[in-house]
Design a protein. Structure first.
Length: 286
């Protein structure tokens, strides 16, 4: 008995369910390697999981939010780390849709299954220079960085050693999009849980980022409006994290149900054996 029938069926949920044997095969390896193993990543990619939230303008599915949440929940039911990485990729794809159109096409030059990872809390410093910024920083908890093609790093724009202010008086905080080749992944992810997420630290030092590959956290609107870019991109994170938690809860319910079922059957068989033995003792022999 499983609870997955409670999840509404859709093409994307069915794709996620079809991955269950591959996820089960590589789950332990992901825990040992501390990131999604390459064969499992390729299966997720080939199923189009990383294109679910990519904009239609670059060939992505741009699936509606409810469908994406259901698919993430199903993957998290199979393995929490896989669900978490799918959630991160989905959220990062939405953030990327707010880049200027030319930068968006550049980021997705490899196709809609391009994987983007990164961190939203500002943990770096960006110095304005002609044509863009010089970025330095170190970011934590970069889930999915091992399979990422691009990384997002949020930073304060600095001017004369202090954060530059926007016209409204608030700090100028921007998210920068960098190719993975410009980033250094640091081996820091040693945990007791969610080891397969590969949530290592990463850093850059004085790397040039063109201005079009950045966007203000207080955004003015997406470059490619669609069903997944109608509000502040930060508003999409909460439901996606909740979908992972729901998937983990469903797996816990399934495991508990299976355990109690086995225990009941063992107990019932033991009772039958005792009863049968006692009944035979009451029957005269010969």
């Amino acid at each position: 008995m499983t609870t997955n029938t409670a999840v509404k069926t859709s093409e994307w949920v069915e794709r996620a369910r079809a991955l269950a044997p591959v996820v089960a095969q590589w789950r332990d390896a992901g825990e040992q390697e501390r990131h999604v193993p390459r064969p499992l990543f390729e299966a997720l990619r080939d199923a189009g999981i990383f294109s679910m939230s990519a904009p239609k303008a670059v060939g992505g599915a741009e699936a509606d939010d409810e469908t994406v949440l259901q698919a993430i929940e199903e993957l998290a039911r199979q393995d929490a780390s896989v669900g978490w990485n799918a959630m991160i990729a989905s959220g990062a794809a939405i953030i990327a849709s707010y880049l200027p159109a030319t930068a968006l096409r550049k980021v997705y030059g490899g196709g809609p299954n391009t994987v983007i990872a990164g961190v939203l809390p500002p943990q770096g410093a960006a110095i304005p220079v002609p044509g863009g910024f010089r970025l330095t920083g170190r970011w934590t908890f970069a889930s999915g960085c091992h399979q990422a093609n691009w990384m997002l790093g949020t930073s304060a724009v600095m001017a004369h050693g202090t954060p530059r202010l926007r016209p409204d008086g608030r700090p100028d905080i921007r998210t920068f999009c960098l190719p993975i080749g410009a980033c250094e992944i640091l081996d820091t992810w040693y945990t007791a849980g969610l080891r397969g997420t590969g949530s290592h630290d990463w850093q850059v030092t004085d790397v040039f980022v063109p201005e079009e590959q950045s966007l203000p956290v207080l955004f003015d609107g997406p470059s490619a409006p669609g069903c997944l870019s109608v509000r502040d991109f930060a508003a999409y994170n909460g439901p996606r994290v909740a979908a992972v938690a729901l998937g983990i809860a469903r797996d816990a319910i399934d495991a508990f149900t299976a355990l109690t079922d086995r225990k009941f059957k063992s107990y019932f068989c033991a009772v039958l054996q005792v009863w049968s033995s006692g009944f035979r003792a009451l029957i005269p022999l010969g």
